[in-house]
Each structure stands twice: as structure tokens, then as C-alpha cells.
Write a protein that binds this ligand. Structure first.
Ligand code: GLN
Length: 476
């Protein structure tokens, strides 16, 4: 199978020069073959694929931007009738009655949802090794002994490996689109908080969660975003901003544009090849006529990480209370008091990282600690947003590496303490805490593994971010 760009593939399906049934048959076969070795899918749902294909054949396909495009979906985003577990054993067997808004929009645009992708349980992790009990761990597409990155690891892996036109709908709370995109060598775009409706998302931390896209190129990932952007009355935090044409920005002039290279990021970028890659990117941008200055972010570099983990765990600990074995997914024999039942179900079916986060998050919200931790973190979050806003008065985008290291080996991850793991998010938490759009894209290699660079821009300025990013892609 040959991979073409999504836009071109959709065009061929629209005009009927490709046979949708044959294509999807091959897509499913290939996805299954890849899955055996790499474990990118929690489920590939052939029956629902057939239903969607039959529906699409009955529709007028001419104007559908995603006509017949195979789309994988992070497991935490609900797809009607398709087992959706957020990677957790506690939701085993849960089949949503409705599509998430982002899924409905993608289907309306002609997409075929092929399956649900592997992730850290409820999104709790940076390497996709914190999988729920009974789930498989996805492996890096470039080296089976290394991680995909997390938490949207399955989405990034299949995006890299698919020999067919493909997009993935992923989600980021603190970097879960950017990190695996960087480790697997694909493009991952996290939009401004509120751009894409969160309705139908199995939430991690509501004030931070953002649904976004992954693709083999900036053009592919942008096409999906244009489809899923937009206000939704079912999500009170979704915004009314006009939807930009992102693809119209590709390769537009960036002469005179100002880009801030984050200097703090070099201190944390332990890998010297990653530092070199950033210097190369700087040179490419300058060659295109942009001006690149080095800057520091004082508050963000010191506090974004603790602020992120306090807020994310606090919100997660309340969100997870609804998984009591009565309403969704898993049930156990009803014995003893409700408290006994509740504890038993959660003891059996939550993994250890989930339990750690419930304990830490509950502690931070307790009456005696709330002011010192949760409220304080919310206040510092405002300062972080102000710091970004100040930079965006003078700059169009901020440039930094996405991750301080290349994709590590499974054996190395085992040696990390939870805190050391959390620290790997040092570069991605800033834009996530501030709700700023960011893109990670492959820019160079180290030891045969991809290096990801990240561009962040101001709220609702995805257009300029995509424009600048498209120049880096051409020069790869
Ligand atoms: N690594 C971060 C965490 O563990 C971010 C994960 C995410 O964005 N879902 O919370």
C-alpha cells in the first residue's frame, strides 16, 4: 500500500477513482498486522467500520473533506457503540450511546473511525507505559525496545506506521499530543483550550483537557482540526471564535515574523543532539526571513510543572469518583455496604498510577490544604498565562524542543521514580497550563530516532503557528 496525503486520498474517494470498500478492507488488514507487533489499538472495530462504509456510500461524497479517510481515536474519546475505556480496566465493556462532538463532526465530514488507540490509563503518563490492567503497551515505530511516549501513544504510533492515508484524534492535558508525536516522528497539534468541544471526552482534568489532531504532515493534521473546531452548546467552555482556514496558511510568507527561542529549554535539554536540532531550526527560520531572539521564561520554567501536577491531579481525583462500578463499564457482585463495594471495584480495576493520583489529588483539595495547594496553584497559573501574553505582545511564536530526550527504552523507564517521570514534561506543561496552542513536529534525528520541535502561539492564533511550522517541514 502506498501512503498519499489525506487531502489527495479524500479527493479520490470523492470522485470514485478509489473503491471505498476495497480501501477500507485493506486498511483494516494492515492495521491488524501492525497492531500484532506494535499494540497501537485497544480495539479495531471491523463491524462498525462496515456500517460506516455502508452509510457513506449512501451519502453524497463530493463535498466531504474527509471522505472515506481512516481515522483512529484515542480511547478516552467516546465513539458510539465502540468500546471506549480510556485505557482503564474499570471501563472494560463500556460502549457509549453517543458520539463525542469531535467524532460526530469527523463522521459528518466523511471520516471512517477504525478503532480506539492505546493510551496511559486515563491519560496519566508521559511514556504510555502506565497502561490499565490487561492492556498492552504500545512500542515505538522506529525501535521496538523504546516507548511511543504518552499518553496518546497509540495514536502517534499508528500515525507513523500506517501505510495508508490516516489521521488520529488525540487529546492533551499536559502534553499528551506533543510528547508522543515527538517520540514517534509525526505532527501533533494541540489547539487553544476551548477550540474543540470536550463533550463526550472521558475527562482527565477539565480545565486543561484539549482534543487535537495527529497526522503525517502539517497539512494532514490541519485538515482534521478545521473539521473538529467550533462552538458546541453542550460544552460551556467551548468558544465562539471564527474557524480559521489553517491550510490556507501553509507556506505563506514569514518574512519579518518574530520568533522567541526559549533559552531555559536548553538547560533542560540534556541531549546535545536536541540542542543542535533547535539551532538548525533557528537557522532555517532566519533563512526564511524571520527574526529569532533568545528569551527566558522565569515563572513558567520554575512553576509550570508543580502547578500542572497540582491542578491536574486535583481535578482528576474528583473526575474519577464517578467510576464506582455502578454506572459505567465494570461491575462486581453486589456484596457488603456501598463503601465496601466501591473500594473493592476500584482496588481491583484501577492501576497503581491512578491510585497514586487519586491520593495526591484528594490530599491537595482537602479542607486543610486547599488554600496552600490547589488555590495557590490556580493563582500561579494566572501568572503563567500573563507571562505568555507578555511574550506574545512582541512575538508570533515560541520555539523550543518538545521533549528533553529522545524516546527512551522501556528498560530505562523502569528505573525512573514517579517524580522523575513527571519532570520529563518540563517543556510541554507550560502551553498546556496556559491553554496556548502548540504543535510538535519532527525536525532532525538522534541515534536514528526522531527529534520533535515545538512551536507555541497565542490563544486562537493556530493560523500563524501552522504557517511558521509549514516552513520547517519543507526544509526537513
Ligand atoms: N504526562 C502528563 C501527565 O501525566 C500529561 C498527560 C496528558 O496530557 N494526558 O499528566
Amino acid at each position: 500500500m502506498m501512503r498519499v496525503g489525506v487531502h489527495e486520498y479524500a479527493r479520490q474517494i470523492q470522485e470514485g477513482s478509489l473503491d471505498l470498500k476495497e480501501e477500507m478492507h485493506r486498511v483494516i488488514q494492515e492495521a491488524r498486522r501492525i497492531n500484532e507487533e506494535y499494540a497501537y489499538f485497544n480495539i479495531i472495530d471491523e463491524t462498525l467500520v462496515k456500517d460506516q462504509v455502508d452509510d457513506l456510500i449512501k451519502r453524497k461524497r463530493k463535498d466531504l473533506p474527509l471522505a472515506g479517510v481512516p481515522v483512529s481515536v484515542k480511547d478516552c474519546i467516546c465513539v458510539k457503540g465502540m468500546e471506549s475505556t480510556a485505557g482503564s480496566a474499570i471501563l472494560k465493556g463500556y460502549r457509549p450511546l453517543l458520539d463525542a462532538t469531535a467524532i460526530r463532526k469527523a463522521k459528518d465530514a466523511g471520516a471512517i473511525i477504525i478503532g480506539k488507540t492505546a493510551q496511559d490509563e486515563f491519560g496519566f503518563g508521559s511514556f504510555n507505559v502506565n497502561v490499565g490492567r490487561g492492556f498492552k503497551t504500545p512500542k515505538n515505530p522506529h525501535d521496538l525496545s523504546r516507548v511511543t511516549g504518552g499518553s496518546s501513544g497509540g495514536s502517534a504510533g499508528i500515525t507513523a506506521k500506517a501505510p495508508f492515508a490516516h489521521l488520529s484524534i488525540a487529546e492533551s492535558t499536559g502534553g499528551s499530543i506533543a510528547a508522543p508525536a515527538a517520540f514517534c516522528g509525526v505532527v501533533g497539534i494541540t489547539p487553544t483550550y476551548g477550540r474543540v468541544s470536550r463533550w463526550g471526552l472521558i475527562d482527565y482534568a477539565n480545565s486543561l483537557d484539549k482534543i487535537g489532531s495527529m497526522g503525517a504532515s502539517i497539512a494532514d493534521a490541519s485538515l482534521l482540526l478545521e473539521v473538529i473546531f467550533g462552538h458546541d452548546e453542550k460544552d460551556a467552555t467551548s468558544t465562539h471564535q471564527a474557524i480559521p482556514s489553517l491550510r490556507a496558511e501553509l507556506h505563506q510568507d514569514i518574512k519579518g515574523r518574530r520568533i522567541a527561542l526559549l533559552k531555559d529549554s536548553f538547560r533542560t535539554a540534556v541531549d546535545s543532539d536536541i540542542q543542535k536540532a533547535a539551532t538548525n531550526v533557528k537557522a532555517v527560520l532566519e533563512k526564511c526571513g524571520a527574526r529569532v531572539d533568545e528569551i527566558e521564561m522565569d515563572i513558567t520554567s520554575r512553576y509550570a510543572l508543580p502547578v500542572y501536577y497540582l491542578l491536574a491531579m486535583s481535578e482528576a481525583s474528583t473526575n474519577l469518583a464517578k467510576f464506582c462500578g455502578m454506572r459505567y463499564g465494570r461491575a462486581e457482585p453486589l456484596e457488603g455496604s456501598f463503601d465496601d463495594y466501591f473500594s473493592n471495584v476500584r482496588e481491583l480495576h484501577f492501576g497503581s498510577e491512578v491510585k497514586r493520583r487519586i491520593l495526591l489529588g484528594t490530599f491537595a483539595r482537602m479542607a486543610g490544604h486547599r488554600d496552600a495547594f490547589y488555590i495557590k496553584a490556580a493563582e500561579v497559573r494566572s501568572l503563567i498565562i500573563q507571562e505568555y501574553k507578555k511574550i506574545f505582545k512582541s512575538y508570533d511564536a515560541i520555539l523550543s524542543p518538545t521533549m528533553p530526550i529522545i524516546a527512551p527504552r522501556f528498560a530505562d523507564i523502569e528505573k525512573l521514580t514517579p517524580l522523575q517521570s513527571y519532570m520529563m514534561d518540563i517543556l510541554t506543561v507550560g502551553p498546556n497550563v496556559a491553554g496556548m496552542p502548540h504543535v510538535s513536529m519532527p525536525c532532525g534525528q538522534s541515534k536514528g530516532m526522531p527529534i520533535g520541535m515545538m512551536l507555541t502561539s497565542d490563544h486562537f492564533n493556530e493560523a500563524m503557528m501552522v504557517r511558521i511550522a509549514s516552513h520547517l517541514e519543507v526544509s526537513r
